[in-house]
Each structure stands twice: as structure tokens, then as C-alpha cells.
Design a protein around this ligand. Sequence first.
Ligand SMILES: [Zn+2]
Length: 339
Amino acid sequence: MGASEFQRARLRVARELAGLSQALLAERVRLTPAAISQFESGATRPSPATVATLSATLDVPSGFFYQPVVETHEGFFRSLRRTAVADRRRARAIAHIAHDLAVSAAEVGQFPPNTAPQIPVQSLRAAGEEIERIAGQVRAMWSLPAGPIDNVVDLLERHGIVVIRLPLGGNDVDAFSLPFPDHPVVVLGADKNDRARSRFDAAHELAHLVLHGEQIWGVKEVEKQAHIFAAAFLMPAEEIVHQLPASVDWARLFELKRHWQVSLAALLMRARTLGRMSENTYLTAIKAASARGWRRVEPVPLGNPEQPSHLLDFIESTASRPAKRQLPESVVTAIANAA
Ligand SMILES: [Zn+2]
């Protein structure tokens, strides 16, 4: 199971879970910041006694540092400016633990293999049509029937993508994803009590995994592309274009919201993107929605957000043997409780 050597990347994960900078951790374990930095870069390795101190200070089993590790980039985060760096790093570290759980679950046949396609965009200025086409390709590769997707979260899980809700209440981190090659992780906000938005978020993160993967991240163009993909994936153009109203017909839009399980905002945007609604009509609709407070809370609630279940089933089935996991159990519990 365990790697025989200290895995430098695991120290960063454990430190960020604890919300500590290298300097603060150094202070707590009475080492220099340079020493911590060298452990994390792999320039030097901590002695067994230091590992024991790090383990106690960071509240992770010492075996944690010797588990094999899969690395990836910083992740697909939106609104970087709004999110405190420490919150973002902590969220990312939690996603690492979710990934560890999925790897263990997959080893015993309790998590499906990753069958998410990778169809990278040709450019950051890729035309909307290219992205719409890729969204259609993914639907076809996954043999999805025409019409609304029944459960986006379950669909992702069945294709080997890890989905968790963020076990960090009251913070500013939106949905994000990490494109681990074996089991990518999608993290959905825990506080969004909105089924339509949560489905769109899940489809948006899927877009990053399909279109951008480990190749491109950290630029704003990828966000726009992910939005186009999500809209096309949830509402295929050829199916919805003739259902969308050309005027601000709320009764019709409410009906479509119920049927497609997407927000009114997404439907209006789709009507504009597909040229069904003029720019002026679209703006009139948005103004009317704002005036009624619908931009904060939309009418026609769709019920509870979709919940991930695959990882939770695994956590529950192994609840009696946490020691085997060599993971920080408080984080595992938080992941289980956030769903
Ligand atoms: Zn994004």
C-alpha cells in the first residue's frame, strides 16, 4: 500500500488542511521556514522524529506522509479575487483527501473507472460552435438519451469523477475542480440550496475536465468556455431551440425550467445565445426578473440539490477501519457530513 519514502506533496496538503503557511508551521514545530520549504520541494527529507512531530501538529496519521500521491495543477477556481487564498488552498487540500478516498474505493471495486473523455479545445478563442459540438460528443460517448439529464452528479460519479460538497461553511469558495488523471474531483458549494444552479455548476466543472484538463487553467477564457459547454450539455441546441420563447413568456419559461431542470437565467441566456431571443428582449427579461428579486431567489424551486453518493457509500462501508486509510479522519467525516 504505502510508498516507502516521505512524499513531499503530502506535507503541503496536510499543512493547507490546517490552514497554516510554511512560516506558521515552522514556528509550531520549531524549525526554520526554509526547512519546511525544503521538505515540500523535495530538497531534503524530514527525519522520522520530525515526521512524528509534523503528524501530531497537523493532525494527520504519520502514515499519511508515505501514501502514494497523484499531483495536478492549482485547480479550476472561479472569481479568484473574491476567495481568500487560505480558503482556496484548504478547499483544494480537501479535494486531495476526496481523491485519496476514491483511489482506495476504486482499488476494492467501489468506485467506477474514469471514463470522462478528454477533448481539448483547439484554442482559448475557440468558437462557441466547437464547444457546443464537444458537449454533444460527450453526450453521445456517454450514450445519454435526448432530453434533460436526469441527475448530473450521479452521471459524473458513474463515469469515475469524484463529486463532493464542500465541507467549509460560510466561505467564499464556489464550485471548483481538480483534473487528477485517474479520478478527477469536482467540488460543489455546500451552501447553494439550489438544484438548478448546482446542476449547472457540475456541468461547468465537467467542461473544465473535458476541455482543459491539465493543459490550460488560471485564465478567464476557460470560464467562458465552461459556461458555453454547460449550457450546451444541459440544453442541446437542436432540442431546445424551438421550445424557447422569442418573447418574455414567463409561463413558458417556468415550464421549461421544470422540464430541463435549469434556472430561468440559464434558459434566457440560452435563448439569446441561440438567437431565439433578441438582445433587447433578453435585457427586458433580465430587468423584469431583477425587479421581482428573481436574480437572488428564482421562482419555481426544483427541490433539493443533487447529492453525491458513491464516495459516501465507501466511507460508510469502511467506517469501522479508519486506521487502514491513513487519512485525517476529521476531514473524511467532514466530507461525509457535507453531502
Ligand atoms: Zn470554472
